[in-house]
Ligand binder design. Sequence first.
Ligand code: TXA
Ligand code: MG
Length: 331
Amino acid sequence: MSQDTAQNATQVLDASPDGITRAAQLLRQGDLVSFPTETVYGLGADARRGDAVAAIYAAKGRPSFNPLIAHVASVEAAKRYVIWNAWAECLAHAFWPGPLTLVLPLKPEHGISELVTAGLNTLALRVPAHPTAQNLLAELGGPVAAPSANPSGRISPTTADHVMAGLAGHIAAVVADGPCTVGVESTIVGLAGEAPQLLRPGGLAAEQIEAVLGQPLRGRDLHDPLTAPGQLLSHYAPQERVRLNATEARAGECYLGFGPHRGARADDLTLSDTGDLGEAAANLFGHLHQLDALGRPIAVAPIPETGLGVAINDRLRRAAAPRDASPSNQE
Ligand code: TXA
Ligand code: MG
């Protein structure tokens, strides 16, 4: 990252060819650029440049042992960096580009910065479907390491305004291109062990993955330090307290509903009027940002624990978890 980025204003680029060219140029010179994906806005750096990846950790205030996802343009590009296998072939064929991240063993001579993998011998890879992300990856012609573009421990951004609210002045640019359609981070599946493993529920329902694999995903093993990074509890946190499974707001609380009941106050919200989990996922972080700005504790309606509801409830439990002041407990 150039020395003066922190003092300079963050450029807001559009998704035109000129905007994409400029964004790729900034990445190539080691600067940080936030860009939209269908899940959330990412905070991108050239994954081959240690200096650029280090700047991600600095901008987010993120503990450096958390490995990052490398975004690539295609299955062919992914195969340059990892040892591919039959599960990867099957899942990539069914779900890439899309909200799925695959963790695979690194190849020798992979060229990816050690700061991306945090020293692990595996790499998390994703081919995003968002056309602007695709255009940027094609223009750069290389892998982009990108966590969600929020300060460590805060709610993930689903609009360029969210990115600017958290990181303006700390990154070179954001490519602004509307709200993210999926709204929660990618589902992460580990394919480096003896069976496919769900490492993080996310924007692609585990049931869909299991249907394609023809076998159940192993559950996340909380005791395995290699598979649990980034799954720490206090996470995705609004400034205000969050109370779950609330059928009504108590005095002083605002309400985040699910279904037609949106709470009694004019500024209360519902994740989906019709009880649609996809719509609820897309609205989740945006609505949390909006309610958090009211400065009142947030009561959240019960959400069914099926399909995308699993990822929504995972993020909500993290938002509601007791806060630990230590930075090592935040992503
Ligand atoms: O939708 C998404 O996945 C977004 C967009 C920007 O692509 N990215 C995102 O990145 O959510 P981040 O950094 O917030 O979360 C990455 C997760 C972390 O939980 C991290 O521990 C895990 O991926 N991870 C990365 N590399 C890993 C590896 N080699 N083994 C296991 N977990 C890994
Ligand atoms: Mg994140």
